[in-house]
Design a protein around this ligand. Structure first.
Ligand SMILES: NC(=O)c1ccc[n+]([C@@H]2O[C@H](COP(=O)([O-])OP(=O)(O)OC[C@H]3O[C@@H](n4cnc5c(N)ncnc54)[C@H](OP(=O)(O)O)[C@@H]3O)[C@@H](O)[C@H]2O)c1
Length: 326
């Protein structure tokens, strides 16, 4: 499985959708940046649920661009590292710059080197370590945009709050003065409280759509229910936004959400998360200022990637999991 040569670099690759044991370490040629791209010597890559979904090829939206086989042989979008080569026309970075960003279109972060368009990267704040910075781009963009409608004194519920985006979202909604309820499995209840959740619900025991006190904002990271259930859980004028979950639930929200919302005086829809540095850098500023904590569950070495992905995919991680090449 392991072959080495001075000219090659180590990457974890897979060629078909399935379980973590399909991942293996391979030596690949040192990648060369195309115009507008930089090559990053990866120092840390955080795991997102989207990596697990990309490995499994499920939900179906994880197969966009690669219906039968993975579009990218190497997963990993949230990278942090050092720029070590520049493609033509790159103007924002120089070699040696410390950067971080969500490289969702190209992936490739679970490797020693990755190529990324300069547009997805930001300069890493010196106060953050590489592993810390790698946790922010995707989860931060989701958490910032997902909690944006929070109003002081309002009741916010975050479904899937014990994971990467959720643990940032709890803290952001609290900063905005909301009463926050976190929903996740029993093992993550204490963790959600430590992030600031006022109330917690174990989704395997209780259905948050059947609680008596309705919510002004629901951010759903793992949607599975009917539009009518979400409507029931919202206060008049309340807003439900989902970013992930089963395709069936997302389609129901897309097709019926606005109608049911309009008829009942609520707003029910899918949040299409905007990507790029301007959407995640505000979270890094909060982290640097100390007003938001970066919850790193565990770090893994590159060749432990199967275990790192399984920890997130099988729901054992509290907060973010990070992979470091060496
Ligand atoms: N809309 C967009 O543009 C966009 C962009 C990027 C990513 N996404 C999506 O954003 C989502 C957030 O990902 P993330 O990286 O924050 O995920 P994560 O770290 O894995 O967190 C998700 C959490 O939800 C919990 N969970 C699973 N099933 C649940 C249920 N039925 N009820 C309540 N909680 C449940 C998981 O724990 P257990 O599994 O242990 O129960 C886990 O703690 C993903 O679905 C991803 O596809 C959307």
């Amino acid at each position: 499985m392991y072959r080495w040569a001075a000219t090659g670099v180590k990457a974890v690759v897979y060629d078909q959708y399935g379980s973590p044991d399909l991942l293996h370490v391979e030596e690949i040629p040192v990648p060369s940046p195309a115009a507008g791209q930089v090559r990053v010597k990866v120092a840390a890559t955080s795991v997102n649920l989207s990596d697990w979904e990309g490995l499994r090829g499920s939900p179906a939206y994880a197969r966009i661009g690669g219906l039968r086989r993975p579009a990218h042989r190497t997963l990993g979008s949230d990278i942090a590292g050092v720029v070590d080569d520049l493609g033509q026309g790159v103007s924002r970075f120089r070699t040696g710059d410390e950067v971080y960003g969500d490289n969702l279109a190209l992936m490739g972060g679970f490797a020693e080197y990755a190529l990324a368009p300069e547009s997805v990267l930001a300069h890493k704040p010196a106060q953050l370590t590489f592993p810390e910075a790698s946790t922010i781009p995707q989860a931060g963009a989701i958490a910032l945009q997902g909690t944006e409608p929070t109003v002081a004194g309002g009741r916010v519920l975050i479904n899937g709050a014990g994971g990467g985006s959720g643990s940032f979202a709890i803290q952001l909604a609290k900063r905005l003065g909301a009463h926050v309820t976190g929903v996740d499995n029993a093992a993550k209840q204490d963790f959600m409280r430590s992030m600031g959740a006022d109330d917690v619900i174990d989704y395997r025991r209780d259905d948050f759509t059947r609680t008596t006190q309705p919510y002004d904002l629901i951010l759903d990271l793992v949607a599975h229910r009917s539009v009518f259930a979400y409507q029931r859980a919202l206060a008049p004028g309340g807003k439900y936004r989902c970013v992930g979950g089963s395709v069936r639930a997302l389609l129901r929200v897309l097709t019926m959400g606005s109608v049911v919302g309009r008829v009942t005086g609520r707003s029910i829809g899918v949040l299409v998360v905007k990507e790029g540095p301007s959407y995640f850098e505000p979270l890094a500023d909060f982290c640097v200022a100390g007003s938001v904590r970066i919850p790193i569950d565990r770090s893994f070495a590159l060749d432990e990637l199967p275990a790192a992905l399984a920890r997130v995919g099988e729901g054992r991680a509290c907060g973010k999991v990070v992979v470091v090449p060496s």
